[in-house]
Design a protein around this ligand. Structure first.
Ligand SMILES: Nc1ncnc2c1ncn2[C@@H]1O[C@H](COP(=O)(O)OP(=O)(O)OP(=O)(O)O)[C@@H](O)[C@H]1O
Length: 264
């Protein structure tokens, strides 16, 4: 497929659970190595969209293609990082990572070298032999990220991966994800409830509409590189976008009648 073909393309994608329309004719493209953040009120369909891209579910109608071919199910080119880290509890940090390498057919001798490198990348060399129950939430998330990187996916699908960790750890993990992204160049679709997280991480931010199942607004983020620079959180463009997105979202949260009244 040519480099001009978007990595992912959604064309009029709709999804229904029985009577409920969760996504309604959603269309967008995701570029190669682009980072896209999905924001929106609870229940607006962010996770559903991620599940469709992962191939866990199929659209009710519309077309969802990956590298030009329809998505028909899960695949190693689209790996998911869950909120819980979703590690194998009975495996050490290293074994969790090497398991993903094994799935990709990496020979045993090479697995060790690669897991060493990935553990170092996510700052966990010192706890390689620990089990998940011996690690903090932030450490488990790092192992989850390293395990997904081990799979060398073309796109990383991240569903509120840092929701359960404290603010400092969370900011550190965001910076790490951007450093890793600069190295691996896989695309990322990142679901979050945090406007700051979305703006810090993404090249583009979509705000999904509550109850409507559509993309209500789209924002392009243009911050100076390197993108993992923590000072970007104080950059005037960061603050401007945070405000603009906040105003868009709070307007969405107002009941329809009130919104119509305000517009009149
Ligand atoms: N398995 C299911 N069966 C029926 N309805 C579901 C199912 N999963 C989700 N839904 C409904 O689909 C809608 C969208 O859910 P989804 O989890 O995609 O939203 P979300 O934006 O990710 O929410 P949150 O921010 O709370 O995680 C919700 O109204 C939810 O109740």
């Amino acid at each position: 497929m040519s480099a001009a073909t978007p990595l992912l393309e959604a064309a009029d994608v709709s999804f229904r659970y029985d009577a409920e329309t969760v996504l309604d004719r959603v269309s967008f493209t995701l570029g190669r190595s682009e980072v896209l953040a999905l924001l929106g009120p609870s229940g607006c369909g962010k996770t559903t969209l991620l599940n469709l891209i992962a191939g866990f579910r199929r659209p009710t109608s519309g077309r969802l293609t990956f590298d030009g071919a329809p998505i028909r199910g899960p695949g190693p080119d689209r790996a998911v990082v869950f909120q819980s880290g979703a590690l194998f509890d009975w495996m050490t940090a290293r074994s969790n990572i090497e398991f993903a390498l094994g799935c990709r057919g990496v020979p045993k001798a090479e697995r060790r070298r690669t897991s060493d490198r990935l553990l170092e990348l996510v700052g966990l060399s010192g706890v390689a032999e620990r089990y998940p129950y011996e690690m903090s939430g932030g450490m488990r998330q790092r192992v989850g990220v390293a395990r997904v990187l081990a799979a060398e996916p073309r796109v990383m699908l991240m569903d509120e991966p840092f929701a359960a960790v404290d603010v400092q750890t969370r900011e550190g993990l965001q910076e790490e994800v951007l450093r890793l992204h600069a190295e691996a160049r896989s695309s990322i679709v990142f679901v979050t409830h945090s406007i700051e997280e979305a703006v810090f991480l993404a090249d583009r931010v979509f705000v999904l509409e509550r109850g409507g199942g559509r993309i209500a607004a789209e924002f392009r983020v243009d911050l100076p590189g390197p993108r993992w620079n923590a000072l970007n959180r104080l950059h005037p463009e960061f603050l401007r976008l945070r405000e603009e997105i906040y105003l868009t979202m709070t307007d969405q949260l107002r009941p329809d009648a009130e919104r119509r009244h305000a517009a009149a």
